[in-house]
Design a protein. Sequence first.
Length: 366
Amino acid sequence: MEGLKLMIAGGGTGGHLYCGLAIAEEWKARFGTVIFVGTPQGLEVKLVPAYQHPLILIRMAPLKGKFFLARLKALFWLPYAMGKSFLVLIKEKPNVVLGIGGYVSGPFVLVARMFGFKTAVIDQNAIPGFTNRLLGKWVHLVFLTFEGSQKFFSQKKIRFFGNPVLKERVPINPRLRQDFGGQARLPSKPLLLICGGSQGAHVLNETMLKLYPKLVREFPHLVIVHQTGPTDFDNMQMEAQKISDHIEIKSYIDNMAHYYRLATCVVARSGAGTITELALWGLASILIPYPFAADDHQLFNARELEKKKAAFIVEQKNIDLENLFSLIKKILSDDDLRKTMEHNAKQLAKPRAASDVAESLKELCE
């Protein structure tokens, strides 16, 4: 079947969008065309056009929230979003619709299912999002990353394919990450990579800043690369320059593959995208879950690596400088432990996730 049309609804965050973009990349290469549907206030407004996919915008607000007025606003926009979704679907006539999570995913996928279109959702987290839990009752297929999330859905709909990742972020040889791009990691220069997500993490920034002097004294040849986000960037850069020339502060990292290839140890939040990439690259890590994530899903994501002995978890409420330093030192100093953690992380990798999801969506069209 040639020229099939896939519509991908949702977004808002990088976690949702990069998953959708990876599936779109595979679909476009093999099966046909892709159209994204998002909201005017989401990250998709910048990200989707950057990857050269068409984007249709439908205004919608979150139905799940802490404040009554916010929920009331969402209910006000819901009839509009469903009406607009219907008009878009009638015009575009997609062969299949995929919800990736986010505000607009709910009404768009629901309307698609009501009017007989083939539908599916994908969830990247150990605790599925509110929208996907609702849609899972109606759609034809549910794609999951973690087995612990299966209790929320009908078993006959579930496919465990992992979290799709763009080809640019997948190692050419997952067992030898230093082969990526034809460059080898320098063993004499251990590298500590610190990532707080696209916007950074203030608590993580402040904590690591206090640890810099001790780390530099303990490991004179250690290179530290710290992605701080834009808010703390200037202050962190100024303070780091006072401590060592081996500390590189970045507001945002465009080419994560370069630093994954070189990293000896990673300290990071535990969004689904980060968990997936740590597994693909086979990296030993210390995870500090964002405590305010919906349904505390980052903690449950981190536990998926922890129970496989691929990562250590430090909860934000329990951050202790000595304990965190001890864990970093353990990974940097104990080659056997680090190699075991790297091996265990690789066992969780599913580099064919995007291909498998695209193939199943194509079969749904038949």
